[in-house]
Design a protein around this ligand. Structure first.
Ligand SMILES: *Cc1c(COP(=O)(O)O)cnc(C)c1O
Length: 489
């Protein structure tokens, strides 16, 4: 080893990191759409390192080669930026993570670092786990975390089974998350973090982030927000005081639906936290990538990173369109005789509408030719309940012909599910009761189709409750021709 040789690389890396930092600071001054389109990928980077490629290349490579042992040593000690091994880092992942970090802190002085993961659910585990470490001075102490009970079904299982039941880490459930006193009453000195999903899937639960962030700060623990349903185009929790944001990038962020991916986006400099881990506090995203996620292996693949990146470029205009469509569909359902209740934060009748109005704003709408002022948008996830009960709900669901039946959301195509028998079946009757997910609830995520066609589909599906029969015919051969004949039951 030659320390001079190593120093040469470290010095070059410093200059390079400064160049990238300056470039990112320049990007930070652009509008949301410009950041979403270009991210951190520059013309200089294209020309010098990527054969001029206009679009960020997919680096399908497990690892990077080094010029010599000095460079390798510096890289593996994280003294220079490196794509040493794609379980940890990769250029495609870097381009993806760069844009997410910028979008989640858009419009603020904050900076953040993103660690992209293979799924939203692994993002949640990655974000929470570093705070669930046994205190060596007090090893018998039982840890707890305080989290809303209205969460995505997979999150419920991770918290209830993997953490609470299997590891004896108590999940203290916030039942009414708008009640700040309830949050406060659950926190004690063994509470490791506060966690909330908002708007929640499917229940549209929503709380005052600023107030909960104040509690977190007072107790010197992080506030983690799952902001999947809102996306940074409508809400940026870090700007309201949250420390860490979760995105299931699988969903609205990448509405095309090519694959599963997630992200942890953390504010830099979490020095106010009481946890005894300076590296974690200095840069949680970088710490996560370089250490725990290196050792546990949940990070994203380069292919999925670029597929997602490509989709995010038009996030703002897509969520605007899909939110407007959802509003129209919600207004139709509210008036329908077979519908008992519609849960959508955009409806003035929703008890949390006023609070949601404070947080859910279409980013940059005031600079948009169409609007010229701040406009509220509420996303494309909603739910509705059928009056006649569980079987009637299944009948309506089975009658859908344009809206896809799938346990999915966030798509450019409208998708519906019955959560009690799908996404939220595992948490059991009791778990669904506290999360308010009855058997007559249909979750609907409205896509980018013309809303009139979605309304027409809902109308004909609801007409089965008036005794109308729906005739569906299906070809016996696929359009491709050669595949096998399918028999329908
Ligand atoms: C789907 C979802 C998740 C989990 O994300 P995956 O990408 O499916 O692992 C987490 N939170 C919310 C709100 C979700 O809708």
């Amino acid at each position: 080893m030659s320390s001079d040789g190593k120093q040469y690389y470290i010095d070059a890396a410093k200059r390079s990191m400064q160049w990238h930092k300056d470039y990112i600071d320049k990007m930070r001054k652009c509008r949301f759409d410009t950041i979403a389109v270009h991210g951190v990928y520059s013309m200089q980077e294209a020309l010098d390192f990527n054969q001029g490629s206009v679009i960020e290349p997919i680096y399908m490579s497990t690892s990077q080669t080094y010029r010599d042992s000095d460079e390798m040593e510096a890289a593996l000690a994280y003294q220079i930026p490196t794509w040493c091994y794609s379980r940890i880092a990769n250029p495609s992942m870097y381009y993806f993570e760069g844009v997410l970090a910028l979008l989640e802190t858009y419009g603020s002085e904050h900076t953040a670092t993103c660690c992209a993961t293979s799924s939203g659910i692994s993002a949640i585990d990655s974000a929470c786990d570093p705070f669930l470490v046994i205190d060596k001075k007090n090893p018998g102490q039982k840890m707890n975390f305080v989290a809303t009970c209205k969460v995505y079904g997979g999150t419920f299982q991770q918290f209830a089974i993997r953490k609470d039941q299997e590891r004896n880490i108590e999940w203290r459930k916030v039942v009414n998350s708008t009640n700040i006193e309830e949050w406060e009453s659950l926190i004690d000195e063994n509470t490791r973090f506060l966690y909330g999903e908002m708007p929640s899937n499917p229940g549209q639960a929503f709380f005052d982030i600023e107030k909960v962030a104040e509690l977190a700060r007072k107790n010197r623990i992080p506030l983690i927000i799952d902001s999947t349903v809102a996306t940074p185009a409508l809400m940026r929790p870090i700007n309201w005081g949250a420390d860490i944001v979760i995105q299931s990038v699988t969903k609205t962020m990448t509405s095309s639906g090519f694959g599963i991916s997630g992200a942890v986006i953390a504010k830099n400099n979490l020095n106010h936290l009481k946890i005894d881990n300076d590296e974690l506090k200095a840069n949680f995203g970088f710490y996560l990538k370089g250490l725990p996620n290196r050792d546990n292996g949940p990070n994203i693949s380069p292919m999925n990173a670029i597929l997602a990146l490509n989709d995010i470029r038009t996030l703002r205009s897509k969520i605007d369109l899909m939110s407007r469509n959802t509003m129209k569909v919600a207004e139709f359902l509210v008036k329908h005789k077979h519908v008992e209740q519609v849960d959508y934060l955009g409806l003035e009748s929703h008890p949390l509408h006023k609070l949601a109005k404070k947080y859910l704003v279409l980013v940059d709408s005031e600079y948009d030719e169409l609007y010229k002022e701040k406009v509220n948008r509420y996303g494309h996830l909603m739910s509705f309940r059928i009056k006649k009960g569980a079987q009637a709900t299944r009948d309506v669901f089975d009658g859908l012909q344009r809206i896809w039946r799938a346990t999915d959301l966030g798509r450019i195509k409208s998708v519906a599910t019955i959560p009690s028998i799908s996404t939220h079946s595992q948490q059991g009757e009791e778990g669904r009761k506290i999360a308010d997910i009855p058997a007559n609830l249909i979750r609907l995520c409205v896509g980018a189709e013309h809303p009139d066609d979605i309304i027409a589909d809902l109308d004909q599906a609801l007409s089965v409750l008036d005794g109308k029969k729906i005739a569906v015919s299906s070809p016996e051969y696929s359009a491709g021709g050669a595949s096998s004949a399918r028999l329908r039951k």
